[in-house]
Write a protein that binds this ligand. Structure first.
Ligand SMILES: Cc1ncc(COP(=O)(O)O)c(C=O)c1O
Length: 404
């Protein structure tokens, strides 16, 4: 697999936190920079006869993309291909499938993935089966004869946990390709290729970039043939990453381990406090001892992550009121940034399975006590607003029609 030269050969003996700092560096030459520079190039000087060299970035990549791919590949244990966004990576993966393929996907998966797969289904591009990813037997039964099992764990936004080792082994034995969206966990906490997945996908827009200032995606595989097909897909479909985005994503990746550690420390504390809060009906965070996904997550992850979801008593109106009342946390979509974000996911199309009052909270790098003060005051003010509303807390909100 294409990898940069340099000190990367030694990476296998390093811990993942160190790999995220050390991988994808240029060779150590006096006077040269420590980081691969931002290379903005569509084309390169042609090589002489009999010589090989990069010619065109859509075909051959750039040193900046390659540095990011080297680092993410080293973390996940495969060869990485960077794309324009997470969805571009998803598209490249599903476009590997033959016409008429059967795809099995978790009922609770990222909304645009569900929409993309559903859009392919009616014209006969593929058939789609939805499964409850927590029901390992049912998923394996559905995967029999399937071409692709698409998994996410923990899931967005219900925080369900899939038994990745069982599902990867069983589905592959049944002949299905297994792809895992590892966006929530990051390779710092979970490495699906080592658990038997064929492909790992990332929205690098989230924890890898980490600063809510770029869109990028990655697909990673340890299978040379799949790797080449994904590169070919990018070359032909042209969903290439921007040079600046790739540069910033690698810069973000350097601090990913410490950001994820800080976020998950605070997320664990907030989950406990929300669990005990009178305005909350239910908290989903695999780090809570009573969470249905706790045992599985503890067995297959190195931490429980920096995202949690909780249901506000009073449904959609109360949850919307919480989003309107936060002052430090951002009422915004997306996740994985240094700044905490909160969103009511059921307002999105295709999220009918999501409880109307469920809020997804992505915990950033703010101090946990400031986050708690903000959440607590928002919950109190939402409860007060609910008491004053003529319908009390029982009103249900409607979809805004936005995708995300
Ligand atoms: C779990 C998950 N997968 C995939 C995506 C798609 O990534 P992008 O927005 O970078 O296209 C997202 C975006 O929110 C996501 O949360």
């Amino acid at each position: 697999m294409d990898r940069n030269d340099g000190p990367d050969d030694d990476l296998q003996r390093l811990r993942l936190q160190t790999v995220s700092v050390a991988a994808g560096r240029p060779p150590r030459r006096p006077g040269e920079p420590l980081n691969v520079p931002l290379v903005m190039a569509s084309n390169f000087h042609a090589a002489g006869p009999g010589q090989a060299a990069a010619e065109y970035s859509r075909d051959d990549g750039t040193p900046t993309w390659a540095a990011l791919e080297t680092a993410v590949g080293a973390l996940e244990g495969g060869g990485a291909v960077a794309f324009a966004s997470g969805m571009a990576a998803v598209s490249a993966i599903v476009e590997l499938l033959p016409v008429g393929a059967r795809v099995v996907v978790a009922s609770d998966s990222y909304s645009a993935v569900r929409t993309l797969l559903a859009a392919g289904s009616p014209p006969g591009r593929w058939e789609l089966d939805h499964v409850d990813v927590t029901d390992t037997g049912a998923v394996l039964a559905a995967a029999r004869g399937a071409d692709l099992l698409w998994l996410e764990s923990p899931t967005n936004p219900l925080m369900d946990v899939a038994d990745l080792p069982e599902l990867c082994a069983g589905a592959r034995a049944a002949g299905a390709l297994v792809a895992v969206d590892n966006t929530f966990a990051t390779p710092i906490l979970q490495r699906p290729l080592a658990m038997g997945a064929d492909i790992v996908m990332h929205s690098g827009t989230k924890f890898i970039g980490g600063h809510s200032d770029l869109l990028i995606g990655l697909a990673v595989t340890a299978d040379q043939d799949l790797y080449e097909r994904l590169r070919a897909r990018r070359e032909l479909a042209g969903a290439t990453p921007g040079g600046l985005e790739a540069f910033l994503a690698l810069r973000g990746l350097r601090t990913m381990a410490v950001r994820v550690a800080a976020g998950q420390r605070a997320a664990g504390e907030l989950a406990e406090r929300l669990h005990a809060h009178p305005a909350i009906d239910r908290v989903r965070y695999p780090g809570l001892a009573g969470d249905p996904g706790h045992a599985r997550a503890a067995a297959q992850m190195d931490g429980f992550g920096a995202v949690l979801s909780f249901e506000v008593r009073g449904g959609a109106r109360a949850a919307d009121a919480v989003c309107a009342a936060v002052r430090l946390i951002h009422s915004a979509t997306s996740l994985g940034g240094v700044e905490s974000t909160i969103e009511r996911r059921a307002k999105l199309p295709g999220q009918e399975h999501v409880p109307p009052g469920l809020l997804r909270l992505s915990v950033g790098c703010e101090h946990v006590e400031d986050l708690w003060d903000d959440l607590d005051q928002a919950l109190v003010s939402a409860a007060e607003a609910g008491r004053q509303h003529p319908l009390g807390l029982r009103h249900r909100g409607s979809s805004t029609g936005r995708l995300r």
